[in-house]
Write a protein that binds this ligand. Structure first.
Ligand code: PLP
Length: 383
């Protein structure tokens, strides 16, 4: 089988049969001429149902998450659109889900404010502990165990293979939000997960210039139902957005290597800094999820969170003082970002079991020159 980087550059992206263009064109089109009623050329009739640029992205995503397994990738307008389509495909009102007790804030809001009023209730559980997940399951009602690993923003690690067993024993499916790791670092479908969800806005796109989402599965029945809902609910990725994500994916491997090595340098540097009380990065040997992360990931990722010893106001101040790290939400782009989760990305979790510590700062470590990143943090921490 071809290696990851080869698949990232070529899967779903044969040179254009008409012109030889080596990159899939942006098919910025809504409808397709038919040769007589129902006579479709190449299977395309209307771009909500299918569009060639989106097809290229979808085939590439399937080959990255499930190489050689004939999986199905589906591209959506955003990560949350992908999640919503997934939930309303695999759950009915009256069903139950287990979710991470430190899920991404938007995912939590989708469960709490949209899915629960619709009739899907949920229990947050600490996913680092498979027994806690097993006891959060309601036999007969739990249809989904939803996993993020590493989590956002606390960078906790869940054992995907162990949780797949727990979910399957209860007749539930295991969904893994693989946004933080990307398929370069971790391939959950090969560890027993049933569906992988992505915000392609982050590492897959990689350049902070597009919002998108994706689902990948190798379960034939599930892919048929998800594809039906992708078209029936309509939250598809547009052609230009699909093209931007495909373009980003070509360099995913080299970008992730640099994200990971820069994150290691930042984490190790902060761990020895007097103004920092705790560093959360799964590559540090003292991180509680280190061994599991080492087992299921190629490297430990580009996200680093840390707690500021002087407390909440000092953490907020720090976020406004860096110069190379830009203060902003989101993550996974080439540029370094800094944010205060409790007041920014995770404000919607305030007062819930998913509330995050107020002295926490989250870094998306970019691929700039590492010495500039360390110097920037030092200057901001000592100001
Ligand atoms: C950003 C993000 C999402 C949501 O994706 P959007 O593209 O913003 O809709 C979901 N999960 C994780 C882990 C994220 O970081």
């Amino acid at each position: 089988m071809e290696g990851f980087e080869t698949r990232a550059i070529h899967a779903g992206q044969e040179p254009d049969p008409l012109t030889g263009a080596v990159v899939p064109p942006i098919y910025q089109v809504s409808t397709y001429a038919q040769d007589g009623v129902g006579g479709l050329r190449g299977g395309y009739e209307y771009s909500r149902s299918a569009n060639p640029t989106r097809t290229a992205l979808q085939e590439c995503l399937a080959e990255l998450e499930a190489p050689g397994l004939g999986g199905t990738g589906l591209a959506f307008a955003s990560g949350l659109a992908a999640e919503d389509t997934l939930l309303r495909t695999v759950c009915r009102p009256g069903d139950h889900a287990v979710i991470p007790d430190d899920a991404y804030g938007g995912t939590y809001r989708l469960f709490a404010k949209v899915a629960e009023p619709w009739g899907l209730d949920y229990t947050p559980a600490s996913l680092g502990d498979p027994d806690a997940v097993a006891s959060a399951i309601i036999p007969g009602r739990t249809k989904v165990v939803w996993v993020e690993t590493p989590t956002n923003p606390l960078l906790n690690i869940a054992d995907i293979a162990a949780l797949a067993d727990v979910a399957h024993a209860a007749g539930a499916i295991l969904v893994v939000d693989n946004t933080f790791a990307s398929p370069y670092l971790q391939q959950p479908l090969l560890l027993g997960a049933d569906v992988v969800a992505h915000s392609t806005t982050k590492y897959l796109g990689g350049h902070s210039d597009v919002v998108g989402g994706a689902l990948v599965t190798v379960d034939a029945d599930l892919s048929e139902r998800l594809a039906y809902h992708q078209n029936a609910m309509g939250a598809v990725a547009g052609p230009f957005d699909s093209w931007l994500v495909l373009r980003g994916i070509k360099t995913l491997g080299v970008r992730m290597d640099r994200h990971c090595s820069n994150a290691r340098a930042v984490a190790e540097h902060l761990a020895g800094h007097a103004a920092v009380s705790e560093v959360l990065w799964p590559g540090l040997p003292e991180h509680p999820g280190h061994d599991v992360a080492q087992k299921q990931m190629r490297d430990f990722g580009g996200m680093v969170s840390f707690r500021v010893a002087a407390g909440e106001l000092a953490a907020v101040d720090l976020c406004g003082r860096t110069r190379v790290f830009t203060l902003g939400e989101s993550l996974g782009g080439v540029e370094s970002l800094i944010e205060h989760p409790a007041r920014m990305t995770h404000a919607s979790a305030a007062g819930s079991p998913l509330e995050v510590p107020a002295d926490l700062v989250r870094l998306s470590v970019g691929i700039e020159t590492v010495d500039d990143l360390l110097e920037d943090l030092d200057r901001a921490l000592t100001a």
